[in-house]
Write a protein that binds this ligand. Structure first.
Ligand code: AMP
Ligand code: MG
Ligand code: MG
Length: 244
């Protein structure tokens, strides 16, 4: 690599240390407990403050990418638009923020159907990849898999509250996940400004559109890859004790 004359001089004087980042990363990595990650991101109905006062969020996009930890890449994706029923008409603010249109949600499925479609998708992967899921039911010889989300909002707030309000069965496997935001803060000792800020702080660019569920999930997976390279250990940080 070519350096500027000032940097060359500083190197010769021992004022700066040149670190081979690729070699350094090899030594930083620690053995991970999980073989596969289900990196999940929801988009939900929302309103420009204070218009949303008293209104509850409903999932309108349910996106998950399946990430292979050993290969360090996304191997499949699940994306489903969901019809909101409590406030079926999206606000302009919501469409602007998420890029999701009224037509997309009108053509989507109810949340209960979406949960069933996702369950079928994950069941197929469970069989094909020899995965044991939920993550705490690990059987000998089986691969381990866990949900990863950016913050606790998706699985800790949004989905449980909506399922409770609508009296919809929420599969038990949604009750445990890795909060990547918490892992990030513990590992780098800093509080990032959202997913975008977290990516920028580690030198990654956000690829795609922010607040699009699938792009958010993919970028969260790229951040996972960076954290693993930097020696972070993924662990379950949150659990929902209530079944619904
Ligand atoms: P995100 O995964 O960051 O795109 O956020 C998930 C959901 O949180 C969005 O679909 C919105 O319902 C809500 N949300 C995110 N950012 C905002 C914001 N600035 N104002 C209002 N709601 C928001
Ligand atoms: Mg999100
Ligand atoms: Mg999002």
């Amino acid at each position: 690599m070519a350096y500027s004359p000032t940097v060359e001089l500083a190197k010769q004087l021992g004022a700066i240390k040149v670190v081979d980042v690729s070699r350094e990363n090899e030594t930083k990595r620690v053995a991970q407990y999980f073989d596969y990650l289900l990196v999940l991101d929801f988009e939900a109905t929302c309103w420009c403050f204070p218009n949303g006062k008293g209104r509850k969020n409903e999932v309108i996009e349910f996106s998950v990418v399946l990430y292979d930890v050993n290969e360090g890449r996304i191997i499949d994706e699940f994306q489903q638009y969901v019809q909101p029923t409590e406030f079926p008409i999206l606000s302009e603010f919501c469409t602007e923020l998420t890029g999701i249109t009224q037509k997309q949600v009108d053509e989507g499925v109810p949340i209960g159907t979406c949960l069933m479609l996702f369950t079928r998708w994950i069941n197929n992967h469970q069989k094909n990849l020899n995965i044991s899921f939920p993550c705490d039911m690990v059987l000998p010889g089986k691969k381990k898999c866990v949900f990863v989300t950016w913050s606790d909002w998706d699985l800790g707030v949004c989905l449980p509250k909506e399922c409770r309000r609508k009296n919809i069965y929420k599969q038990e496997f949604f009750g445990k996940w890795v909060d990547l935001r918490e892992i990030y803060m513990e590992h780098y000792y800093r509080r990032p400004k959202g997913l975008l800020g977290a990516l920028e702080e580690v030198g990654l660019e956000f690829i795609g559109k922010q607040h699009s569920g699938l792009d958010d999930a993919k970028n969260t997976a790229y951040l996972v890859r960076k954290l693993i390279e930097d020696g972070a250990l993924l662990r379950i940080s949150r659990m929902n004790k209530k079944k619904r």
